[in-house]
Ligand binder design. Sequence first.
Ligand code: ADP
Length: 428
Amino acid sequence: SLPSGSTTIRQVKLEKECELRVEVTPDAPLRLRLLKGTAEIFGTELPPEIWLTIPPRQKFAVFTWHGATIEMDGPTETDYTADETPMISYVNVHAVLDARRNRAKASPSDSDTSQGPRVIVVGPTDSGKSTLSRMLLSWAAKQGWKPTFVDLDIGQGSITIPGCIAATPIELPIDPVEGIPLDMPLVYFHGHVTPSANVDLYKVLVKELAQVLERQFAGNIESRAAGMVINTMGWIEGVGYELLLHAIGTFNATVVLVLGQEKLWSMLKDVLKTKTNVDVVKLQKSGGVVSRNAKARQKARAHRIREYFYGPANDLSPHSVIANFSDLCIYRIGGGPQAPRSALPVGAEPAADPTRLIPVNVNQDLLHLVLAVSFAKEPEEIVSSNVAGFIWITDINFESKKVTYLSPSAGNLPGKYLIMGSLTWYEP
Ligand code: ADP
């Protein structure tokens, strides 16, 4: 790596089936272009000769199947070339999926065989799940399919922000700079960065999302044949493992890709052995995957939220809005202290409804919280409704009874009901 501020342009020659692994510095973007040959970033081909500006902090690899020369301009945290990658095994998986999509497309009238592959990617944190999901989606899109990307990882939230599960069709290879396009994602708000804050709510939302997609697939032969790629959390022990099984069952996954853990693969293979239509496949983790500690994860989350309001390249200008306390209808879902059995009348069961709606008055705890704007028309619909977007509480004035919040757009919010969880953000 070069001292920061240096703008020396340098070239890197990549042999076939090699990759250039780069970590961009936290404070400056990196310019990069393909000079000769062909190369891709996580499944998306680079255009020849055009400079790309890769945002700060990004960790990525430029892979070439046949050889390439790459040019870089600017400092990096690290950059090195690797000749050992699991890319061949990954693209072999893609080839199998592609064949299944073609088979599905060839029999559009049969509701069973017209369903393309439903792939779920599982494994510990930092095993490259999001990256593999991305590659499979981009390779499929390159061949004209429009697979659905489902992200169940509420810790990172690659479609919108953390605290959410979401789905969106991928119609073009994912842009290495812009990321996942956000035209019309289907988003459900859990409100916490780990499901353990409300496991039942997480399951309810996964089920809702799966049902909506099932209905969409029923009416859309093209997206049914393309199938889906589901990214999951890195929590694979105990309740985390149960949630994986729940997701596999709820989405009727037909291909389970297990990254980087023999034990998980063997457990899943065993428990799914009676399901003859489910393949459990073990895949090697890439040596290029960068591990992130709790602090880095927290930073990445804050960065995602910032991106939601300000845009990936600081190209959006959110609006600061002032509202009266009485204008806001805020709800919390489940949680809160439950009455212990001893405090209840004899024979009464504690009311442990994790999806109970609890109205919330404006209070100090709302400061810096990120709230979701529900599409619900009535409070009873809140738990089962998807959300339109998010606001961020920046100030609460108890004298004037006014709340100031940041919103992506000016004007009225797209819904009346707001959902709060524990998702906070502090602008750096
Ligand atoms: P997971 O989803 O399992 O937590 P990710 O796919 O998000 O893991 O990978 C972790 C980080 O490593 C990401 O920042 C990703 O961009 C980076 N990464 C993955 N594969 C490579 C690679 N081959 N070279 C460089 N960085 C990589």
